[in-house]
Design a protein around this ligand. Structure first.
Ligand SMILES: Cc1ncc(COP(=O)(O)O)c(C=O)c1O
Length: 371
C-alpha cells in the first residue's frame, strides 16, 4: 500500500454521506457521531456547501494572498462579526496546527519573550510550536531537543497560574479539552489566567479548533465568563471539510502585524472562503447553534444508560465517561452502525456530531448503549 501506515483506522471504507449519516463500500450505513473528526459541522454533502464550491470553482478556483479577493475580504468580515466583540482581525491559514503555530509565533514576536504556558492534557497540533504546547509525552518525546520552552499548568491547580511570569509570551488553552477526554477548566481558572496574563504582559490564546463555530451552542467559548482572549485559533468545521484555519485577534495584536510577518500560499483560498460564508449563513438560517445546544441537553437525558456513568461537555462536544474501556465500546458501536471517537482518557468516548444531527440518533444510540 502506498499510504504510510500512520493512522489507526476504523474497520470500514466510506464512500458517501448525507447529513449525519455515512455509507460504506458494503452498503452499510452509520450515524456519524464523530462528525468526520469534528469537521462536518453542517453534516455531509450539505447542498449549500456543494453549491458554494461549484459556484466559486466556476469563477476562480485559486489565487494566493498576493491579490485581494472579494470572497476573502467578505469571509474575514463575516467571521469577525460572528466572533465575540473585541476580536475584529483575522488571519486565514489551512489547519489547526498552523493556526496555533502562527498565534504562538505572533505572541513571541510581539512580546519579545520565548516562554509559553499551556495546560496538562492539551492538544494543539503536530507542528513544532503547537507540539511544544501539547502535553502528550508520546508525541513529544522524539522531538524534545527541537521543542520550545513550555510550562504545562494543571487546570485543576489554581496556584499553577503563578507560573505565568514576566518571561511568558503566551498561554494557550482549549476552553474545553477535547482530546484529554472532554475536560472543562473552571471559569475561575480561565478568569485567573486572563488576570495573570494582564498582570505580567503575556497574551492569552484560546484554541477553539474544536469548541468554536457554534459547536457549544454559542459562536465561541471566547467571551464566556467575561474572559476575552487576545487570540482565538480555529480550523476543523469552519469550512465543513475544505481545509481551512484562522487566527482571530484583538485590534491591539492585529495592528502590530506588519506586512510579511505571516504568510501562507493556500490560506484564505477562494474555495475555502466561499464555503466559510456558506457555513456562517447556514448556522444562522438553520438555527444550528440552538440545535447544537438542544442536542447536548437531550444527550444528558438520553445517554446516561448502560455503561455510561456521566455525560461530559456541552452542545455537540460531548464525552461519555464509561465504566469500562472506550475503545472496546467504540468497536461494538461500529457493529451497530454508530461512529464515535475515543480520547486520551481510556474511559471516555467522544461524540462530536454535525450540529444538525436529529434527536433520532440519540434515541438510537441510547438503545444500543442499553443493549
Ligand atoms: C484542539 C485542537 N487544536 C489543534 C488541532 C490540530 O488541528 P489540525 O489537525 O487541523 O492541525 C486539533 C486537532 O485535532 C485539536 O483538536
Amino acid at each position: 500500500m502506498a499510504l504510510v501506515d500512520t493512522y489507526p483506522q476504523f474497520p470500514f471504507t466510506l464512500v458517501s454521506g448525507e447529513g449525519a449519516r455515512v455509507r460504506d463500500d458494503q452498503g452499510r450505513e452509520y450515524w456519524d457521531l464523530y462528525g468526520g473528526h469534528a469537521v462536518a459541522l453542517l453534516g455531509h454533502a450539505h447542498p449549500r456547501v456543494t453549491q458554494a464550491l461549484q459556484e466559486q470553482a466556476e469563477q476562480l478556483t485559486f489565487y494566493s494572498n498576493a491579490t485581494r479577493l472579494h470572497v476573502r475580504t467578505q469571509a474575514a468580515e463575516r467571521l469577525a462579526a460572528f466572533a465575540p466583540h473585541g476580536l475584529p482581525r483575522v488571519f486565514f491559514c489551512n489547519s489547526g496546527a498552523e493556526a496555533n503555530e502562527n498565534a504562538l509565533k505572533l505572541a513571541v514576536q510581539q512580546t519579545g519573550r520565548i516562554r509559553i504556558a499551556a495546560l496538562e492534557g492539551g492538544f494543539h497540533g503536530r507542528t513544532l510550536l503547537a507540539l511544544s504546547a501539547s502535553s502528550s509525552e508520546k508525541l513529544r518525546q522524539p522531538y524534545l531537543p527541537l521543542l520550545g520552552p513550555v510550562r504545562h499548568l494543571h487546570p485543576q491547580q489554581m496556584s499553577d497560574v503563578d507560573q505565568i511570569d514576566e518571561e511568558t509570551a503566551a498561554v494557550i488553552v482549549e476552553p474545553i479539552q477535547s482530546m484529554a477526554g472532554v475536560v472543562e477548566p473552571s471559569s475561575a481558572f480561565l478568569w485567573a489566567l486572563r488576570r495573570r496574563c494582564d498582570a505580567v504582559g503575556a497574551l492569552l490564546i484560546y484554541d477553539e479548533v474544536q469548541t468554536g463555530m457554534g459547536r457549544l451552542g454559542r459562536p465561541f467559548a471566547a467571551g464566556e465568563h467575561d474572559v476575552l482572549p487576545d487570540m482565538v485559533t480555529l480550523a476543523k468545521g469552519m469550512a465543513n471539510g475544505v481545509p481551512m484555519g484562522a487566527v482571530l485577534m484583538t485590534e491591539s495584536v492585529g495592528e502590530r502585524v506588519r506586512t510579511g510577518d505571516l504568510g501562507t500560499t493556500f490560506g484564505g483560498g477562494p474555495l475555502a472562503c466561499s464555503v466559510l460564508l456558506a457555513v456562517l449563513d447556514t448556522i444562522a438560517d438553520e438555527n444550528l447553534m440552538e440545535r447544537a445546544a438542544e442536542f447536548g441537553t437531550n444527550a444528558r437525558d438520553l445517554l446516561k444508560v448502560g455503561p455510561v456513568r456521566q455525560v461530559l461537555g456541552r452542545g455537540c462536544l460531548l464525552g461519555l465517561r464509561l465504566d469500562g474501556d472506550a475503545a472496546q465500546l467504540q468497536r461494538r458501536l461500529f457493529e451497530r452502525g454508530f461512529i464515535t471517537g475515543t480520547s486520551s482518557d481510556p474511559c471516555v468516548l467522544r461524540i462530536l456530531p454535525p450540529l444538525n444531527t436529529p434527536t433520532d440518533a440519540l434515541h438510537a444510540l441510547s438503545a444500543a448503549l442499553c443493549e
